[in-house]
Design a protein around this ligand. Structure first.
Ligand code: HEC
Ligand code: HEC
Length: 480
């Protein structure tokens, strides 16, 4: 098919969306250029290098045992290839990550998001539920709506920098548990500014970091806002990825760069199959939120009002993840999650906000009939957690002890409850907004070929970004 034919197909698609009464006509994807990225694609070199060190240095974690790169590993599609990350307290990487000697309090409730192209200016929110967003009304001094509300400081360069303020505060991701270290204790006592200050002081105490901060930002006190700005500069450039054949074909106006199957898949994707209704634009996302009845696995985000799990287990936990609803409290948003970018998607499994599907085909087929797929869902097996610790006591008496073995069955049940409870499953199903579609097996194969053509295997070479040593002297994570 010649270029004109592709353009024509895409144009027809755009018109079809209008005539279907869709929210707006979809633009034909245009390739991206430097000005579509933060810092116009070229962050300051010193700031970038500082960000690279910080990204892989466990010094940013309360107990000095995990870095950003542990969960966002360049050799694993900037994720960790497991459904639900094992955060602070774990050891090992990706599929072989296990609980370490200090134990973990549980699984991270959502799949680690890939970081490809997160420096694109088109990102208008971060996280699966978009809980971090710009604040156009300027209610908060930081300029961002976020879970830290008025505590988020000013001086953050952009939304991506604001994001970097958060993983270090999460007890389960990087901070650790109250009493284990001053960062975790400050977080537990809601002294967020103290938590960030403590980390900044740690950095300032390392002469090599002090010199790097000065080279990047000039003389003055080291602040965690600077660290976050450096992390953003690093991620925006390091994980920019447009080398795949799909974007290449758009750039060169040359569809022959795609195989026949991938070309058919592209036409389906932007046409009959309706994928680009949500996965629109060159990054294949509308940055919007949709409920598509994606199964949940894992412990959830503490949402929902179903008491079934309490009664069955004796743990007073709520186990649902209601997604965007918990940000907006708009019932329309219940179980809605942000449309993921599909650039490099064949390298970023498992897929779905909790990593429910472990093949690309299964997650694509889920879209064809979401409710049936949810009902027939055969849960992925989550790696066993061996050393779980639980919180006992209250206030200053709060301590963490190994989970009582008599209760461990109920704990495991928590990670599976949403899959086994008809009631919870039917709540997810009742909110579905994705209309079923019929595609033949050949058509599904074509869509998969197209998605693979939108993935660039060369990005796995980004392991070369991992430094062999970092200024703290701690072992960088992950290992190459
Ligand atoms: C324990 C694993 C873990 C660690 C460590 C971690 N992350 Fe993440 N990251 C995640 C998970 C899980 C999500 C999605 C969380 C959600 O939606 O609630 C995420 C989301 C993100 C996002 C949002 C991407 C998007 O498309 O919205 C960015 C950016 C990011 N992380 C960067 C970082 C940086 C920078 C660090 C270090 C300061 C870091 N992460 C540390 C697991 C981790
Ligand atoms: C109504 C909007 C919508 C449409 C139409 C749609 N998707 Fe999705 N898609 C989403 C959302 C939202 C998610 C994430 C849902 C979640 O994790 O809960 C997603 C997830 C995915 C994923 C998994 C990505 C990842 O990183 O986990 C793939 C692959 C995918 N979609 C492909 C497709 C294909 C192919 C089509 C067309 C057949 C399509 N989508 C149509 C909204 C849509």
């Amino acid at each position: 098919m010649n270029t004109w034919a592709i353009k024509y197909t895409l144009l027809v698609t755009a018109i079809a969306f209008v005539s279907l009464g869709s929210a707006q006509a979809r633009d034909l994807p245009q390739p991206l250029n430097d000005s579509d990225f933060l810092y116009n694609g070229t962050p300051n070199a010193e700031v970038f290098e500082l960000g690279r060190m910080l990204f892989f240095d466990p010094i940013l974690s309360g107990n000095l045992n995990i870095s950003c790169g542990t969960c966002h590993s360049p050799g694993h599609g900037t994720g960790d290839n497991i459904s639900l990350s094992i955060g602070e307290g774990g050891q090992g990487f990706a599929m072989s990550r296990k609980t370490g000697p200090m134990g973990v309090v549980g699984r991270v409730p959502r799949n680690a998001q890939p970081l490809y192209n997160v420096g694109a200016r088109s990102y208008t929110s971060f996280f699966h539920d978009g809980r971090l967003e710009p604040d156009p009304m300027e209610i908060f001094q930081s300029g961002f709506w976020s879970p830290a509300r008025e505590h988020l400081p000013e001086g953050l360069d952009n939304l991506l920098a604001a994001q970097a303020m958060f993983p270090v505060l999460s007890p389960i991701e990087m901070a650790g548990q109250k009493g284990e270290n001053p960062v975790a204790t400050a977080v537990a006592e809601d002294r967020l500014v103290d938590a960030w200050s403590h980390l900044a002081k740690r950095l300032a105490d390392v002469p090599e970091y002090r010199a790097m901060f000065e080279a990047a930002f000039g003389p003055g006190d080291v602040t965690f806002v600077q660290a976050a700005n450096a992390l953003a500069a690093f991620q925006s450039k390091a994980f920019r990825s447009e080398g795949n054949r799909f974007l290449q074909a758009l750039r060169d106006n040359d569809p022959s760069l795609l195989s026949d199957a991938a070309r058919d898949g592209m036409n389906l994707f932007f046409g009959e199959a309706g994928c680009s209704g949500c996965h629109s634009g060159p990054l294949m996302t509308d940055h919007n939120f949709h409920a598509i009845a994606m199964p949940q696995v894992g412990p959830g985000k503490g949402h929902g009002n179903d008491t079934g799990y309490w009664r069955a287990s004796g743990f007073m936990d709520r186990v649902e993840d209601e997604g965007r609803f918990r940000v907006t409290f708009d019932p329309e948003d219940r179980f809605a999650f942000r449309t993921p970018s599909l650039i490099n998607v064949s390298l970023t499994g498992p897929w779905g906000h909790s990593g429910a599907y472990d093949t690309l085909e299964a997650v694509v087929r889920h879209h064809l009939n979401p409710i049936v797929s949810l009902e027939a869902y055969d849960p992925v097996s989550l790696p066993q957690l061996d050393d779980v610790i639980e919180q006992t006591g209250e206030g200053s008496q709060l301590i963490f002890r190994p989970l009582n073995p008599a209760r461990s069955g109920a704990y495991v049940l928590r990670d599976q409850w949403v899959q086994s409870s008809d009631k919870l499953r039917s709540r997810i199903a009742s909110e579905n907004d994705l209309v079923p579609k019929t595609l033949s097996d050949d058509e599904v194969d074509a869509v998969l070929a197209f998605l693979r053509s939108a993935s660039d295997p060369a990005v796995l070479d980004l392991v070369d970004l991992i430094p062999t040593s970092v200024p703290s002297g701690l072992p960088p994570q992950p290992t190459q």
